[in-house]
Design a protein around this ligand. Structure first.
Ligand code: NAD
Ligand code: DAU
Length: 356
């Protein structure tokens, strides 16, 4: 079986569902259930004996040792993290705890586990660390996209904590010979994303008749990848990736934020029309401090060596996503609880309108 961390979050839950749809190998799903973790995300697996959920913290070495001894996973796929840049600016402490200390604990538990394996089992074991393109910093308009050899230059507490975790993973390979794989992926969107991130926040606010907040001038560029394509890339890397290597994953979809929001408004105008276009709700607000201007990913190594390419285009993926949120408004309503409302107030109340 495999151990997945963070499998109650956005990408992790999509990964667990996709994994069990394409494969019978059981999953131990370890998740602390922070504000971002939601057991409703895998309610479709209720009663499925291949899915074992464990509520727990990746910083808890005793729990990790116990899980390793009990289940002897042949691989670890590590998603668990604090993942929201704005929250890292308001409070970086949890990012250091989970992303750095937590990854360290998991690596140490994996190292102890590997020591007890036979040579054949150890050679087959994999530790796949799911990371981000944000570790590479920011690009100017004409710069080439990030490749696997781009030097690290993280700019936010979130990306610095992910960069630190990537370095730990790399060191555990070079020093201890652990069979690690690291993936660096661009912005994901799709079903089950917590509505603090741009895409689900815009959809939820639009339908609620609320302002659609655009940071700064809205010209920051991100590369967008449908979450199902990220999951298929991770499965491919786990199967065929070379231990010690890193792999970039991206959608070949560079878009300015304002264009993403226009696309979402236009899809909503078509699929759930209101009295006026949702574009009327767009509101420019104060920028994110240290806001990275542009990310772009060169995923040719992953395509060349592993034969992976995304299957969704920006248009098909965004349409599926809007359709999912329209069909699952109860899921959104449930996660918009007290804590969520406090966060929205904290992040947006001090951002004056018209700051573009
Ligand atoms: P998310 O915030 O939706 O989910 C994170 C999950 O980790 C939650 O279920 C949370 O409860 C769990 N978690 C947090 N701290 C934990 C701890 N100490 N112990 C156990 N579980 C804990 O994040 P996501 O968007 O699904 O991202 C998953 C991973 O992918 C992260 O490592 C992130 O850095 C990386 N990533 C995300 C994106 C993206 O666009 N969302 C892109 C590239 C890489
Ligand atoms: O690039 C990969 C990263 O993508 C992941 O590592 C992170 O975990 C993930 O959260 C995401 O980071 P971003 O900061 O790019 O995502 P976010 O959805 O927060 O913001 C996307 C862009 O939209 C960014 O330029 C900020 C902007 N934005 C965001 C929000 C929430 C707005 O203009 N208004 C908003 O209200």
């Amino acid at each position: 079986m495999i151990l997945v961390t963070g499998g109650a979050g956005f990408i992790g839950s999509n990964f667990v569902i996709d994994w069990l749809a394409s494969n019978d190998e059981p999953v131990i799903n370890l998740d602390k259930l922070t504000y971002a973790g939601n057991p409703d995300n895998f309610s479709s697996l209720d009663g499925d004996p291949r899915h074992h959920f464990v509520k727990g913290d990746i910083c808890d070495r005793e729990l990790l040792n116990q899980l390793m001894a009990q289940h002897k996973p042949r691989a670890i796929v590590h998603f668990a993290a604090e993942s929201h840049v704005d929250r890292s600016i308001h409070g970086p402490g949890d990012f250091i705890k989970t992303n750095v200390d937590g990854t360290f604990s998991l690596l140490e538990a994996a190292r102890a586990h590997c020591a007890g394996l036979s040579d054949t089992e150890r050679a087959a074991f994999r530790f796949l660390h799911v990371s981000t393109d944000e570790v590479f910093g920011t690009l100017n308009p004409g710069d080439p996209p990030f490749s696997e050899t781009t030097p690290y230059a993280p700019n936010s507490p979130y990306s610095a904590s992910k960069a630190a975790s990537d370095h730990l993973v790399r060191a555990w390979h070079h020093t201890y010979g652990m069979a690690v794989l690291t993936s660096n992926c661009s912005n994901n969107y799709g079903p089950l994303q917590f509505p603090e991130k741009l895409v689900p926040l815009i959809i939820a606010n639009a339908l609620a008749g609320k302002p659609l907040p655009i940071y700064g001038d809205g010209q920051q560029v991100r590369d967008w990848l449908y979450v199902g394509d990220h999951c298929s890339a991770i499965r491919r890397i786990l199967t065929d990736g070379q231990p010690g290597e890193t792999y970039n994953i991206g959608g070949w979809n560079e878009k300015a934020n304002i264009d993403v929001v226009h696309t979402l408004c236009d899809l909503l105008d078509e699929l759930s029309p209101a009295k006026q276009s949702y574009r009327e709700q767009i509101t420019y607000v104060k920028d994110r401090p240290g806001h990275d201007r542009r990310y772009a990913i060169d995923a040719r190594k992953t395509e060349r060596e592993l034969g992976w390419r995304p299957t969704e285009t920006f248009e098909t993926g965004m349409r599926k996503t809007v359709q999912w949120y329209l069909a699952n408004q109860e899921w959104v309503r449930k996660v918009q609880s007290g804590d969520y409302l406090k966060w929205i107030d904290r992040n947006y109340s001090q951002r004056a309108r018209g700051a573009a």
